[in-house]
Design a protein around this ligand. Sequence first.
Ligand code: UP6
Length: 273
Amino acid sequence: PYHQTYAERALNHENPAAKLLLETMERKKSNLAVSVDVTRSEDFLAIVDAAGPYVCLVKTHVDVLEDFDYSLVERLQELSKRHDFVIFEDRKFADIGNTVALQYSSGVYKIANWSHITNAHPVPGSSIVKGLSSVGLPLGRGLLLLAEMSTKGSLATGSYTEEAVRMARAHRDFVIGFIAQRRMDGIGAAPDEAPEDEDFLILTPGVGLESKGDGMGQQYRTPREVVLDSGCDVIIVGRGIYGSEFQPDTIAARAERYMAEGWAAYVERTSST
Ligand code: UP6
């Protein structure tokens, strides 16, 4: 997958959310995701609208919105159609199967109704995938497992990361890839265990051009380091795009720059041998 194009890789995936993401990346020539972590719905929608033309995916944390109303979801879906992007609620589920199935389908947010992709910590074991998949698979959704984290001192390393990849390999219909800092193909597998053409999507947060960290444990690498050196597929950028003042022009200009950097690294990667 390191050298393959996103269009070629769309053919490797049966899961509708994985296919949709890869096809959107190819169509828009963007491997940029914007992460929108703001507390007011108005700012949220303004950022999504400004960055929308440049991204393949919008990543949300709907539980930080202090004025959340379910109508926001309809607005987000309208923007997703207008600007052609995939939706990923970064819920980071981490409970027993029965509980995560309820959290995913119900409550205030009803995430499974509108989020093409969501994610989970592998810490409970594969029952978490079973619980989420009972809700999401019939709806054509996809799941990412958090195999690694971007934070300083993360415990998701070594054998934990390997087990996460094994868990994904056992649920290829629903698990489409990872939140991770590098490619995971073949990790933790004996030579005959992983299919030769194993193709996981790698979505990578902790991306910034201007800063190395945020004073709260976050660590940033550049789009080039992430896509070219580490072989990741989607760069996830939050504050690097919307900063602290939510100015549509500035947001669009920054998103365009991250998109260009991410795509250039991808073009270099797929044309190398
Ligand atoms: N995120 C990380 N690191 C991880 C997993 N998830 O930063 O390992 C998420 C955060 C945030 C976004 O929850 O929404 O990615 C990063 O935002 P930033 O670019 O503003 O630091």
